[in-house]
Design a protein around this ligand. Structure first.
Ligand code: SF4
Ligand code: SF4
Length: 329
């Protein structure tokens, strides 16, 4: 790992490229803004929202350098030196490792161990750092907002600026208790980050900024012809093959909604209020429609059903519970 002094020398002559993967509402864009605000030199950041809704995948990009002539472009970061992933479920949904320079860093909010992550991502030329940011966020902030916490982990492996500089930036942006809690969360993340420097990873080369065609950032997504149809919800598959039915909006939320059949009185209020038609009902032998469950593939845990249910037949459970963060031998 580079020391702060070595990083400073690199930043005098080169640009550090960062990419953040988050879900709408988790503060990925704020994380990239804070990087620029905390950095002593020059920096730019850009967000990429797409069709953002709460929970949908987002990206943001940061370029930092002490040399102002090097920070001129506003395009996406295609070959990041470090990628921070604020939500572990994105690993299965977005190609988060796309373009990471060999020897670069993947920093993930997860309780998975790094060897397992290496198997999941299929690359052995990048280093991995993990942090149980959800646990820290719930304990200190009381909400699943992991953006400042992931910055603590990022600074641990890539000291582009100090945690004190980040704390100053946070105090300028937030007030009172919100600021102090976020600073406490950063410090804890810095201490608790699990670091795995992959033995086969080469030394990172900061002098190259290879542009990768944007398609490689989301390999496998349908092209424009298919996307024309993608906005059709639960379409008739005899007419149009691709529709939102195939979009796993269930991965957007942080809660599993649990239905208790014993308590349910079949009032159907949850069915009326669900914005995504994810309350499953079936016609019974009595020719009437009955509640049968919740379609977890599409439920994005907005909690409307939980709030409206008059008999508390719907409850919620966090999708990822706190657990120890493991370091491989
Ligand atoms: S939380 Fe309830 S209302 Fe919201 S999408 Fe899921 S099933 Fe529908
Ligand atoms: S609102 Fe509650 S009681 Fe009514 S159908 Fe839904 S789960 Fe059952």
């Amino acid at each position: 790992m580079l020391t702060p002094e070595q990083m400073k020398e690199i930043l005098n002559e080169n640009v550090i490229n960062l990419r953040f993967h988050a879900r709408g509402g988790q503060g990925g864009v704020t994380a990239s803004n804070l990087c620029v605000e905390a950095f002593y030199g020059y920096g730019v950041c850009q967000p990429l929202f797409g069709a953002e809704r709460m929970g949908s995948p987002t990206e943001s990009y940061v370029r930092l350098s002490a040399n102002e002539d090097l920070v001129r472009t506003n395009e996406q970061v295609y070959a990041p030196h470090a990628v921070s992933v604020l939500d572990p479920s994105l690993l299965g949904e977005v190609d988060v490792i796309a373009g990471i320079a060999p020897g670069g860093w993947l920093i993930i909010n997860t309780t998975m161990d790094q060897i397992t992550i290496q198997e999941v991502i299929g690359r052995k030329d990048i280093n991995i750092a993990t942090i149980d940011a959800l646990n820290i966020a719930m304990e200190i902030l009381g909400r699943n907002i992991t953006n400042t916490i992931i910055l603590g982990a990022l600074l641990r492996v890539m000291p582009i600026f100090s945690t004190d500089a980040l704390a100053d930036a946070i105090m300028r942006r937030f007030k009172g208790e919100v600021a102090s809690k976020n600073i406490a969360a950063i410090k804890r993340a810095y201490e608790e980050t699990c670091i795995y420097e992959t033995p086969d990873a080469p030394t990172i080369d900061f002098t190259t900024d290879t542009k990768v065609p944007w398609q490689q950032v989301y390999p496998g997504l349908p092209g424009f012809k298919e996307l024309d149809d993608a906005g059709v919800w639960y379409c008739d598959e005899d007419v149009i093959e691709i529709g939102s039915k195939h979009v796993n909006t269930g991965s957007w939320g942080e809660w599993d909604m649990i239905w208790d059949e014993e308590k349910c009185t079949d009032c159907a209020q949850c069915w009326y209020i669900c914005p995504d038609f994810t309350i499953i009902r079936e016609k019974g032998e009595d020719e009437l429609w009955h509640m049968k469950g919740i379609d977890q593939f599409h439920c994005k845990s907005c909690q409307n059903c939980l709030e409206i249910c008059p008999v508390q037949a719907i409850t919620k459970r966090l999708k990822q519970g706190p657990a120890a963060c493991a370091t491989p031998e």
